[in-house]
Structure formats: structure tokens, C-alpha cells
Ligand binder design. Structure first.
Ligand code: ARG
Length: 459
């Protein structure tokens, strides 16, 4: 049965090829946007006098009927339709007969699919922004409860200097803020209408592409019809911004996984988000952050797939582009569910073990820099102070004691400039409190940051 295409075709497709060629199984996901795009197109056709107002009204009404069928799950999709665009047109003609055949005037599936995809992605970006903000709020709430909780700060995963736990978590709020800004920037380029470019060259039908663009809320239209139908940069940019979101989620995931281990024991997973083992009854596993970490692979993969798909394509439209959809759909699905899961994890899935954390920061040499800084305040050059403290640390390690265990006379033998006030500088609380340089972990600075984010996230 030769159906969809023109009379040039005499024979039907091989059934395997028919199914290989079809995108209806996944691009049905775009049906709402396809209907929105068609409604705008048909209204424009009437505005421009290309079809009558009555015809436009008839088509519009039928498109709304199709929307209802889709919403209620009655919309019939089959492989014969090839894709969502044909499926809608087929149903339209079924519903209203020959008038329905006027819908595709001055349009091609090439500009149509670009329009649908951009409308869909624009909406997804807006939803993602809400997800990202919720995640930031969850980070904020944990931060807000832990301004004075200290956690070892690491470099090279070696204890470096203690920090406020709020400060540590607020670092992730910053990353997510950049993610939001990046998406907003991508949105600007998503929000350009390709509708009117037709197959590749524009059309001789006297359409007005600016009308459809404004009806659909696009901020502008294409400048070049060839570029309009063959630009998928926006998909790559989106996949790239999504990859960074996943990267940030994965870094936090990795930390939570470490923190939940017996070795760290910095957090306890609640029963709401942890899972058990089928064999070992004592286990409580951090499946949520592990899955998020694991799901990075597919999002990075989609970015790579999109880049590779585009790189060899001559202008303008090529069927290769059909591959963009599943990549984008899965990217959005993965990023959104990962953000939601990580938000829940922060909201109700983990508790910081403050006693373990304070024991951790009390039992190391992460106040060594503060002794060096103290000597600097007494007029000793930093590099010299650094060497002196290195020697003291070695001696303490040999004796199995900490810096605070040295007696005042022992300190004064090391350097006579040292007074009792050094001991105030050694407590982890003081170590943290003293780091008041802008953006530092000093409590007064972190408080500023908390105030900033409380307001920023309230609006
Ligand atoms: N299903 C197609 C896609 O996703 C729609 C555009 C088809 N255009 C064409 N000339 N075959 O890209």
C-alpha cells in the first residue's frame, strides 16, 4: 500500500524498512507541540488570506479534538503514519475531509519538526529550572542547619583544613546556579522559530513567518532558511549544559557515598532513601547517589551522539536528524529524575552525624596552617614559619600527640615569640572562624552567603 507519499510511489515499503524509518514510536512525545505549531500555522494562513477564516476555524477545532483524543489516550498511532506529523495530518483529514489537506500549505516537515522540537525543549528548560531551584533549596536548608557544624576540608582527599559544613554544601548551590544560567542562555537560541523555512529554501506561498513565531512565543525567526532546518546546535548546547548538571550531581553523589561509608561515617542514610542487600542483612546501600553517578554516562553519551550525528551532514535537512529526538528525550528524563532523587535525598534521605564530624576535625593536624599564620603574625616570614611547623608536626606524629597537646614551654622552646594565645588559635572552631577573607569559610562570611541565598531562592 503506497499511502503517505505522492503518486510517484507505486509500491508499499518493505515492512522492516517501514518500521526502521518510522519515528512515531518516540516522536509521539511531541504531539502537543505539533498541535500548537499547526494551530499557529493555520491561523497565520488565514491572516495572510491563504485559506479562508472558516477553513482555519474548522481545522483549528479539529486540531483541538485531536488534542483531546491524545490527552485521553485515544489517539491512534501506527507505523503507517511514519511520524507524529503525518499522524496528526492523517487524523485531521479523517475528521474534516478535504479541508484538512490545506494544513500543510507553505510548510514542510523539515521546518515543522524543528519548530516542535524547539517548543518542546523550551518548555523542558523551564521545568528543569524549577527542578534545579528545588535542589538548591534542599541544599540551602541543609546548609542553614549546619553553619556551625564543622567538616574536614580536603585537597587530594587528604585532610587539609576544617570548614563549615554549610560552606561545603553552598559550593554546590553555586554550581547549580551556573547550570541555571547556562540553561537560560541555551534557551535564547532554542527560542528562535524555524517555521517558514519550509523544506530548505523558503516558500513561494505568501506566508508570514513572524506571525507564527509570535503566536508561538518565539523571540525571533531564522535569518537563513537552510540554517533554520539544519541547525541542531541548540540540541548540542542543551546536552552539554545537561552533562554539566549531571557532573555536579555526580560529584555530590560521590561525596555522599564516601560519607555514608563505615570509614567516614559522616552521614547516616535514612530508610526513606537507602536500600538493603538481598544477602547481607547488615547493609544499607546508597543506591540513589550511585544511580545518579551511573546515569552520567548516558547523558554524556547523548552529547557525543549528537555531535557525531551532525558533524558530517551536508546542508540542509538529512534524515539523520531524526536521531536527535531520543537523545534529547532521554537526556531530559534522566536529568530531571536525577535532580528529583537528589533533592529528596537531601530533604529526607540523609542526616549528618555531627558527633562523628566534630570528632573528625578534633583529631588531626588540619590546624597546622594556623600555627604558621600565628608565627607570621609575630613577624616570622611565612616560608620559615612553614618549615618550623612542619618540624613540629613531625615531632607530634612521632610522639603520637596532636598540636594542642604540646605544653606552652615546649612551644616556647620551639620559638620564644609563641605565647599562650596560640592555644585559642588551635581549636577547629577558631580555625574556621578566622577565615574571613571574602568567600571564605569564616562563620561571618558563610552567614552572608546564607542570607544571600535565602533571599535569592525566596523570589
Ligand atoms: N521524523 C522526521 C524527523 O524526526 C521528521 C522530518 C522528516 N522530513 C523529511 N524530509 N523526511 O526528523
Amino acid at each position: 500500500m503506497a499511502k503517505t507519499w505522492s503518486n510517484r510511489f507505486e509500491q508499499g515499503l518493505n515492512p522492516v524498512i517501514e518500521s526502521f524509518n518510522a519515528s512515531i514510536t518516540f516522536d509521539i512525545n511531541l504531539i502537543q507541540e505539533d498541535l500548537d505549531g499547526s494551530k499557529a500555522h493555520v491561523a497565520m494562513l488565514a491572516d495572510c488570506g491563504i485559506i479562508s477564516t472558516k477553513e482555519a476555524a474548522q481545522i483549528d477545532e479539529a486540531l483541538e479534538k485531536i488534542r483531546l483524543e491524545a490527552d485521553q489516550g485515544f489517539f491512534q498511532q501506527n507505523l503507517v503514519d511514519e511520524d507524529v506529523h503525518y499522524a496528526v495530518e492523517r487524523r485531521l483529514i479523517e475528521l474534516i475531509g478535504p479541508v484538512g489537506k490545506k494544513l500543510h500549505t507553505g510548510r514542510s516537515r523539515n521546518d515543522q519538526v524543528g519548530t516542535d522540537l524547539r517548543l518542546w525543549l523550551r518548555r523542558q528548560i523551564d521545568l528543569l529550572d524549577i527542578d534545579l531551584k528545588r535542589f538548591q533549596k534542599a541544599l540551602f536548608d541543609q546548609s542553614n542547619s549546619h553553619l556551625y557544624t564543622l567538616i574536614p576540608g580536603y585537597t587530594h582527599l587528604q585532610r587539609a583544613q576544617p570548614v563549615s559544613l554549610a560552606h561545603h554544601l553552598l559550593a554546590y548551590i553555586e554550581m547549580i546556579q551556573r547550570d541555571r544560567e547556562r540553561l537560560l542562555d541555551v534557551r535564547k537560541r532554542v527560542n528562535i522559530s524555524p517555521l517558514g523555512a519550509a523544506a530548505l529554501a523558503g516558500t513561494s506561498v505568501p506566508i508570514n513567518p513572524r506571525k507564527t513565531a509570535s503566536k508561538l512565543g518565539f523571540s525571533d525567526i531564522y535569518n537563513n532558511s537552510l540554517d533554520a532546518v539544519s541547525d541542531r546546535d541548540f540540541a548540542v548546547e542543551f546536552a552539554s549544559a545537561s552533562s554539566l548538571i549531571m557532573t555536579h550531581l555526580s560529584r555530590l553523589s560521590e561525596e555522599v557515598i564516601l560519607w555514608a561509608s563505615e570509614e567516614f561515617s559522616f552521614v547516616q542514610l535514612t530508610d526513606r532513601c537507602a536500600t538493603g542487600s538481598s544477602l547481607m542483612p547488615q547493609k544499607k546501600n546508597p543506591d540513589v547517589p550511585e544511580l545518579v553517578r551511573g546515569k552520567c554516562g548516558r547523558v554524556f553519551g547523548h552529547l557525543q551522539a549528537l555531535l557525531t550525528m551532525i558533524k558530517g551532514l551536508p546542508l540542509a535537512y538529512n534524515k539523520d536528524f531524526q536521531e536527535d529526538k531520543e537523545a534529547l528525550f532521554d537526556t531530559v528524563r534522566t536529568v530531571r529524575i536525577s535532580l528529583e532523587a537528589m533533592s529528596i535525598l537531601l530533604e529526607e534521605g540523609l542526616e549528618f552525624r555531627t558527633s562523628r564530624l566534630s570528632a573528625a576535625v578534633e583529631s588531626d593536624f588540619s590546624n597546622a596552617t594556623d600555627v604558621a599564620d600565628y608565627l607570621v603574625s609575630k613577624g616570622i616570614a611565612f616560608r620559615e614559619a612553614y618549615q618550623i611547623v612542619g618540624g613540629v608536626v613531625k615531632r607530634c606524629l612521632d610522639d603520637g600527640i596532636l598540636l594542642r597537646d604540646l605544653k606552652i614551654h615546649e612551644w616556647q622552646e620551639i620559638n620564644p615569640l609563641i605565647g599562650r594565645d596560640l592555644f585559642d588559635r588551635l581549636s577547629p572552631k577558631q580555625v574556621v572562624a578566622s577565615r574571613i577573607s571574602e568567600g571564605g569559610t569564616g562563620f561571618s562570611r558563610v552567614k552572608e552567603q546564607l542570607n544571600y541565598w535565602r533571599e535569592a531562592l525566596a523570589s
